[in-house]
Write a protein that binds this ligand. Structure first.
Ligand code: SF4
Length: 265
């Protein structure tokens, strides 16, 4: 067993995953294209549906005062995009935020991880995935042989904290997601990763343009495509902290993502 294999085994044990799965083919070796399910048509249809909705998104969910999606001009570069997010008041989430949470990492990364939205700690610090869920995500990333900030980019579907009436966190509402999504879309466009890992339902259904109640379990275990890029769906780290028995499934999803990354390399 190589040093890297030993280290991965230790990390997987820390994740509570065992036995250790290994790919039948090394992720560094060329991999014959598998039966990748092309969701382009579905995505395009959903994207068109979203585009049709965007100009008239309203506070029909009771959480938002949105009237339109964020305007993200084609060709917007990183500094301008970051500035646009920092100044954005396009949906009601701006009222509850301390900081916008733009995203973090290598802007030329081959791996792009997408979460749901900032929680309390993320809102205070301005970074995605801090706290216990962030530490678990870091372990998942290390198990892939990667590091946060090196060859990885992490962003959320919405850039401001969805604040519940009781002061806690809540999932973003559909209108809030639809309003903020162009920022994430532009981030992905700029990074052009080899593979996208959607962490949890909000990330998966937003990028794939699916119904909000689509279960994550029905999306796992197969390759999707977002605008020509491979996309793998797995559980959100916060869910895995509550349901540690599903960490093994999450590792299988990451192995699938490694296959996609190897095929794209
Ligand atoms: S969540 Fe997104 S769209 Fe809403 S105010 Fe924040 S940056 Fe703007």
């Amino acid at each position: 067993m190589t040093y890297q294999d030993s280290r991965r085994k230790i990390l997987l044990e820390q994740l509570g995953v065992g036995p250790v799965w290994t790919l039948r083919q090394s992720p560094t070796m060329p991999v014959a294209p598998g039966p990748i399910e092309e969701d382009i048509a579905a995505h395009d249809a959903a994207g068109a549906a979203i585009d049709a909705v965007l100009p008239r998104v309203t506070a029909d969910d009771g959480h938002s005062s949105v009237s339109m999606s964020v305007p993200v001009p084609a060709g917007l570069d990183w500094p301008a995009l970051e500035q646009a997010v920092a100044a954005c008041t396009a949906c009601g989430l701006c009222h509850g935020r301390t900081n916008t949470v733009f995203g973090v990492g290598d802007r030329k990364a081959r791996w792009f991880f997408v979460g749901e939205g900032p929680g309390r700690q993320e809102d205070l610090q301005g970074d995605p995935f801090v706290g216990p869920a962030g530490r678990l995500l870091d372990n998942m990333i290390r198990a892939l042989g990667l590091q946060r900030g090196e060859n990885t980019y992490i962003a959320n579907v919405v850039k401001c904290r969805p604040l519940a009436a009781d002061g806690g966190d809540r999932p973003p509402a559909a209108a809030e997601v639809a309003t903020c999504l162009p920022f994430l879309q532009r981030q992905i466009e700029l990074v052009q990763p080899d593979v996208i890992v959607a962490l949890g339902k909000s990330a998966a259904v937003s990028l794939l343009g699916l119904q909000a109640d689509t279960p994550v379990a029905s999306l796992r275990g197969r390759m999707h495509t977002y605008r020509g890029l491979p996309l793998v769906v797995t559980y959100h780290p916060a869910y895995l902290l509550r349901q540690p028995a599903d960490k093994a499934k999450a590792w299988r999803d990451l192995c699938l993502a490694m296959t996609a990354h190897a095929a794209a390399a």
